[in-house]
Design a protein around this ligand. Structure first.
Ligand code: NAD
Ligand code: MG
Length: 381
């Protein structure tokens, strides 16, 4: 039996993690955490019978408690609740499938408690990678990537020597606006941006994929996971999303991982690493696929990707400013308060104006997040 906690169980990655649990009989869900969708959470509780669940919203937590009076499941809430379910003694793996920097503290607490991390919550690694990676090493804890590209790289590195990596070729679909002109991009509406050509995901990451800011976050995520310089991480647009990423070694040899776009594979791989289990679903038929194509990313139209490289290279709290500005800008775009191209503009302005801090502590990261939100509020709202 494997004992796990899922943070963000009602989301896209969370529900797919539960699909993986459902089709394998040897994983026990000890705890679940969610934001506010207590209806779905209640169904999950009735099916998976966790010992504890955490609901971010205190009112919703109270309501849930009433709704599940007939069960033994304990209900906790807030940041304390997230930390409690991340540190339960019997749990071996914490799946971090919440969205945003809110994941930093629970992830660090889980590592301190010796839990392996199946990491989907990339914003946490982008902003606090310099704290998380050394801490994981010290605690002998594995950071198992769930993001499909990083899982692909992780799979390509199986049995290889990380010192012999020449570069990481991080693939990107290019999103729905790959062939748009700048003029067309000015007029992008929420509905367009929420339609990803190949993947079905949560709202924030779907917008991030359309701006290619998701790829920018993934460049920073790859830096931390695989300890490579930004000069050695190249984004390759591969519109069919069949190659999930590649690694080029010093001898010029390249390893790639391919598959249909199905997040259950990287989730299951992280949960059972290094074992592979059967997973149902479509298989690639190369003859009907016909061709795979490759392009360079357009750094002018997708300014956010360029800014991500800049933030990553600068280091310190620059990735936090980048990420916090993006989190807020995406929220404002989804609320139809700003135009599509204002997303990278806001990030750029925040990166110019906000105070740089080197080697920030968790407190300084969270302070930077607040400063970024306040700056945006004063300047744009
Ligand atoms: P989502 O919006 O579908 O789900 C987010 C989950 O987090 C929900 O369960 C929500 O209730 C929970 N949540 C939000 N705020 C919370 C809070 N304050 N406290 C507790 N729970 C909270 O998002 P998603 O698409 O599943 O993405 C989750 C993470 O995984 C993101 O970091 C994303 O970048 C990453 N990721 C997702 C995919 C994908 O295919 N969806 C692929 C790669 C990486
Ligand atoms: Mg990805």
């Amino acid at each position: 039996m494997k004992y796990i906690t899922i943070l963000g169980s009602t989301g896209s990655i969370g529900t797919q993690t539960l699909d993986v649990v459902r089709s394998n009989k040897d994983i026990k869900v000890v705890a679940l955490g969610a934001g506010s969708n207590i209806k779905l959470l209640e169904q999950q509780i009735r099916e998976f019978k966790p010992e504890v669940v955490s609901v971010w919203d205190e009112e919703k937590a109270k309501q849930l408690k009433e709704n599940i009076q007939d069960l033994d499941t304990k209900v906790v809430s807030g940041m304390e609740g997230l930390i409690e379910i991340s540190t339960i003694e019997t749990v071996e793996i914490v799946v971090t499938a919440i969205v945003g920097m809110i994941g930093i503290r629970p992830t660090i607490s889980a590592i301190l408690a010796g839990k392996h991390i199946a990491l989907a919550n990339k914003e946490t690694l982008v902003t606090a990678g310099h704290i998380i990676m050394p801490l994981a090493k010290e605690k002998n804890v594995k950071i198992l990537p769930v993001d499909s590209e990083h899982s692909a790289i992780f799979q390509c590195l199986n049995g290889e020597n990380e010192k012999e990596i020449d570069k990481i070729l991080l693939t990107a679909s290019g999103g729905p606006f790959r062939n748009f002109t700048r003029e067309q991009m000015k007029h992008v509406q929420v509905e367009h941006a929420l339609k990803h050509p190949n993947w079905s995901m949560g709202r924030k990451i779907t917008i991030d994929s359309s701006t290619m800011i998701n790829k920018g976050l993934e460049v920073m995520e790859a830096k931390w996971l695989f300890d490579v310089d930004f000069d050695n991480i190249e984004v390759v647009v591969q519109p069919q999303s069949v190659i999930h990423s590649m690694v080029q070694f010093v001898d010029g040899g390249i390893m790639a991982q391919l598959g249909t776009p199905d997040m259950r594979l990287p989730i299951q791989y992280a949960l059972y690493y290094p074992e592979r289990r059967y997973l149902g679903g479509d298989r690639i038929d190369f003859a009907s696929l016909g061709q795979l194509t490759f392009e360079k990313p357009n750094m002018e139209n997708f300014r956010g990707l360029q800014l991500a490289y800049e933030a990553g290279r600068k280091g310190g709290n620059a990735p936090t400013i980048f990420n916090a500005a993006n989190e807020k800008a995406v929220e404002l775009f989804l609320d139809r308060k700003i135009a599509y191209l204002e997303i990278p503009e806001m990030i750029e302005e925040c990166m110019k104006q906000l105070q740089f801090r080197n080697n920030p502590s968790v407190e300084e990261i969270l302070t930077t997040e607040q400063e970024t939100y306040e700056f945006i509020k004063e300047r744009w709202q």
